[in-house]
Ligand binder design. Structure first.
Ligand code: CAP
Ligand code: MG
Length: 419
């Protein structure tokens, strides 16, 4: 490949104005780092593999991306993109630019979008979280205590009929869960039609609320073709629901924008199934942090960000960074409630809280429905594990007087600790 084609995209002295440029940070490997960095900038703005007879000075000067930071040794490059490249309110186009063709270019052996920043005026094109973490805490009544929310995913993932599903949800709420969600692969299959599932689960929620005196949330998974998602969201709202769930990666960011822009007025619980297809390889793809930023920008209210102590690959440093970015002030957007989920059982809660603090929705599926005495006991054990931690009492000591936690320890206490 002739190298001069990509020359002119390297501006080491350039200092981009963060109010006028989108800035993307990449980790990459390449034979010729300087050439590859410029190839990335060219291909993700105005260039291609050869000179163009049709290129105009105004295009090259105004719209070309600029490599302004290059650490060839570390394989890190920062590229500034003039804001004019980006259509307001259009995430698919944003991704087609800073996360599009470039991953497949022969000039790079590997490429990972690790983070980005955007001007506030670009962020204004999006609604952001409608309710946010503070709003959800007000819904459940934990604004003062700041305690974590306890959630479960009805298990088995799929297969229960609406009546069975509602029973499991009721048991979880009655046992102490604040939050119950559908699993990510449950939609409206023949064995569990969406409408009947929602109506029955909401009745169960009402019953659990009146029996416990606690407010509860149910997140039916509305993931489907976009128009159908709007219909399902409207159905949930009309039937008194207080949350909806979207598999934001498999549904896609454009679909998420459509759901958010419909202003349903219910919190969106964002599941990230499929994200690991391009986030897990530390050298290639799109990190969870940029994905989380896009989700917050578009407007989700709860987001799976990793369990650290669970079954999924979720390194502590990465999860804490993402949770910090989701809950700190950013561009005037409401904070998003981080969800820790995946392989959590009650015995892992104290360690999780030591690491990640209490601004968390702690979700346990198998860790509740796999309890020796069933769902209600599993939910109780999850809360008891928190209570032990909160009171500074060693879990084993607390379990001596709390049967459900004791039984959870007997079943799961010896699980290997992957964190
Ligand atoms: C957890 C879960 C969640 C994963 C998602 C599952 O169930 O329902 O989808 O946690 O992972 O289907 O595995 P268990 P992440 O509690 O039984 O593991 O939160 O990392 O996106
Ligand atoms: Mg799941």
């Amino acid at each position: 490949m002739r190298h001069d084609v990509y020359s002119g995209y390297l501006h080491p002295g350039f200092r981009p104005d963060p109010d006028e440029f989108v800035i993307a940070h990449f980790l990459f490997e390449a034979q010729d780092k300087a050439n590859a960095a410029q190839a990335i900038a060219a291909e993700s703005s105005v260039g291609t593999w050869t000179e163009l007879s049709t290129m105009k000075p105004r295009i090259r000067n105004r719209l070309a991306a600029k490599v302004f930071k290059l650490d060839a040794k570390a394989g890190l490059v920062s590229i500034a993109y003039p804001l004019e490249i980006f259509e307001p309110s259009n995430i698919p186009q944003f991704l087609s630019d800073v996360a599009g063709n470039i991953f497949g270019m022969k000039e790079v052996e590997s490429l990972r979008l690790v983070d980005f920043s955007i001007p506030k005026k670009y962020a204004k094109g999006f609604k952001g979280p409608a309710i946010g973490m503070a709003g959800i805490r007000r819904m459940i009544g934990t604004a003062k205590s700041g305690r974590p929310h306890f959630g479960t995913i009805v298990k088995p993932k799929i297969g229960l009929n609406p009546k069975e599903n509602a029973k499991v949800a009721y048991e979880a709420w009655a046992g102490g869960c604040d939050f119950v969600k559908d699993d990510e692969n449950l939609a409206s299959q023949r064995f569990c039609p969406f409408e009947e599932r929602v109506v029955r689960a909401l009745d169960a929620k009402d019953r659990a609320e009146s029996e416990t005196g606690e407010r509860k949330m149910y997140a039916p998974n509305i993931t489907a073709e976009t128009n159908e998602m709007l219909r399902r969201a409207d159905f949930v709202k009309k039937h008194g629901g207080n949350c909806i769930m979207v598999d934001i990666i498999t549904a896609g960011f454009a679909a998420l924008q459509t759901v958010r822009n419909a202003n349903i007025g219910l919190p969106i619980h964002a599941h990230r199934a499929m994200y690991a297809a391009f986030a897990r390889n530390p050298k290639h793809g799109i990190g969870m942090l940029p994905l989380a930023r896009l989700a917050r920008l578009i407007g989700v209210d709860q987001l799976h960000t990793g369990a650290i102590v669970g079954k999924m690959d979720a390194p502590k440093k990465e999860v804490l960074e993402i949770n910090g970015e989701m809950t700190r002030a950013w561009l005037g957007l409401r904070p998003v409630f981080p969800v820790a989920s995946g392989g959590i059982d009650p015995t892992r809660v104290p360690r999780l809280l030591d690491i990640a603090g209490t601004d968390l929705v702690i979700n346990a599926g198998g860790g509740i429905h796999g309890h020796p005495r069933g769902t209600r006991a599993g939910a109780a054990a999850l809360r008891q594990a928190f209570e032990a931690w909160h009171e500074g009492v060693p879990m084993e000591e607390y379990a001596a007087k709390h049967r459900e936690l004791r039984e959870a320890l007997q079943k799961w206490g010896s699980r290997t600790r992957e964190y």
